[in-house]
Design a binder for this molecule. Structure first.
Ligand code: NAD
Length: 435
């Protein structure tokens, strides 16, 4: 199948590489010239486990190409996937549709023959209708269907998730479009449920799923706070809860709050849609407020460990990405906690992240300093805070850390370290949801 993908970011690029690996001819389009130039020069623009190998293979065999030209990607395509950003509006927090509308308008004139336009971006209910009318207005004779094809990949696992989907949701009001997409995903039909639903239902499934997951995270975080006060252990509690198949064991890991480019944006967009439709989505509204508050509380935990003396305290921060396995810092709880630290106490902050330093520097600039590894960050620190769940941080050499730090204090907001081992080494060690 010939496929054009508009938007070559965290969704568009892994999707393009995955579809090429399945044997399709893929053209990835992006308006950012530097991105396309880098990809054409064989340089990946995002970090994703397993992406590099498949990218090189499919570039070499010519199944994936990169362009800034809409015409090159759209003309002759059987399927055009829209994977541009839908960031939150700065004031209302509703999903900003300007990139979607621009993509729909720009692609319209290049459609040749019957084409399915699939919205992979997370978009408000009714966007399929808007995209359809924008295309129709620009190119009244075009033969096309617009479908909703929500993306459920997890950053850090994008390639794994592409090849091992739980479900593929196709929101189509046309049998012909549904058939084409079923054909595309045929290689997965033995392992994933392929669900054909109405377009508006499909658009809602994506938001309803992300909002539910965000609420589940917020719920277990509140339970973790309760466990700390009540002398219970959040892992024993989560295990006991998760054995109930109605609850499920996943997403019961306590931490510093949900983040990333999806959950905060999508919960806000869903809450906005609720208000627009006169529906009280109180659970989602509460999770949003509670999660924002949590990042302040996490910063307070770290600050409470600093000495009260006159010296400028030093905080070592391990992790800036919103989660392990990605270089993405968008709406990262780690970054929000760093900002809160900076706002609440004069302190020197030295941070290290294995993959996200460049992205973090674009946001935090010289407000903090950056170390080349965890030990360099820990040197002379009064407290070391673990903010992202990188595998490497699980294996820190505790003896070396203790020698390097001014005070042996660790606040582990990802519960990565073994409490017995850390405390046996003489650290003041605190974590989430356990006394
Ligand atoms: P991103 O910002 O990484 O990538 C979007 C890309 O689209 C950018 O490279 C931008 O230059 C390009 N673009 C914008 N307008 C364009 C146009 N008119 N023509 C060509 N290129 C254009 O965004 P992302 O993280 O890949 O997210 C894309 C969508 O997928 C969003 O709606 C998001 O909510 C959704 N989504 C993201 C994830 C995730 O984990 N990142 C998961 C599921 C769904």
């Amino acid at each position: 199948m010939k496929i054009g993908i508009i938007g070559t970011g965290y969704v568009g690029l892994p999707t393009g590489v995955g579809l090429a690996e399945l044997g399709n001819e893929v053209v990835c389009i992006d308006r950012e010239i530097s991105k396309i130039e880098a990809l054409r020069n064989g340089k990946l623009t995002i970090y994703e486990d397993g992406l590099e190998e498949l990218f090189r293979k499919n570039v070499a065999n010519g199944r994936i190409k990169f362009t800034t030209s809409m015409q090159e990607g759209v003309a002759g395509a059987d399927l055009v996937i829209i994977a541009v950003g839908t960031p939150p509006h700065p004031v209302t927090k509703e999903a900003d549709m300007k990139y979607i509308h621009a993509a729909a308008t720009e692609l319209a004139e290049y459609l040749t023959g019957y084409t399915v336009i699939a919205n992979k971006s997370t978009v408000p209910v009714g966007t399929g209708d808007d995209v359809e009318s924008l295309i129709r207005k620009k190119n009244p004779n075009a033969e096309f269907d617009v479908v909703s094809l929500p993306e459920f990949l997890r950053e850090g696992f994008a390639i794994h998730d592409f090849f091992n989907p739980d479900r593929i949701v196709i929101g189509a009001n046309s049998e012909r479009a549904c058939k084409l997409l079923r054909e595309l995903y045929k290689p997965f039909e033995h392992k994933a449920k392929i669900l054909c639903v109405g377009r508006r239902s499909s658009e809602t499934i994506k938001y309803a799923s992300n909002a539910f997951l965000a609420m589940k995270i917020h719920y277990i975080n509140e339970m973790a706070d309760f466990c700390e006060k009540a002398g219970a252990d959040i892992y024993e509690v989560a295990n006991g809860m998760g054995l109930d198949s109605r609850i499920g064991a996943k997403f019961l890991n306590p931490g510093p709050g949900y983040g990333g480019s999806c959950f905060p944006k999508d919960t806000n967009a869903m809450a906005y849609m609720g208000r627009q439709n006169g529906v009280n989505l109180s659970l989602i509204e509460t999770a949003i407020k509670g999660n924002e508050m949590r990042q302040k509380q996490m910063a307070e935990r770290i600050l409470s460990k600093l000495p009260d003396d006159e010296c400028l305290p030093k905080i070592a921060v391990l992790g800036l990405a919103f989660k392990g396995g990605t270089d993405d810092c968008r709406v990262s709880p780690a970054m929000a906690i760093v900002e809160n630290l900076l706002n609440n106490r004069e302190a020197q902050i030295v941070a290290f992240d294995p993959k996200a330093m460049n992205n973090a520097k674009k946001v935090l600039g010289d407000k903090i300093t950056y170390a080349e590894d965890a030990y360099a960050a820990a040197k002379d620190a009064d407290v070391l805070a673990i903010l992202t769940e990188w595998e490497d941080f699980k294996h820190l050499n505790l003896k070396e850390l203790k020698m390097l730090m001014r005070k042996p204090v660790i606040v582990d907001l990802r519960n990565l370290l073994n409490p017995q081992a850390v405390r046996a080494e003489g650290f003041d060690y605190s974590r989430i949801g356990q006394a």
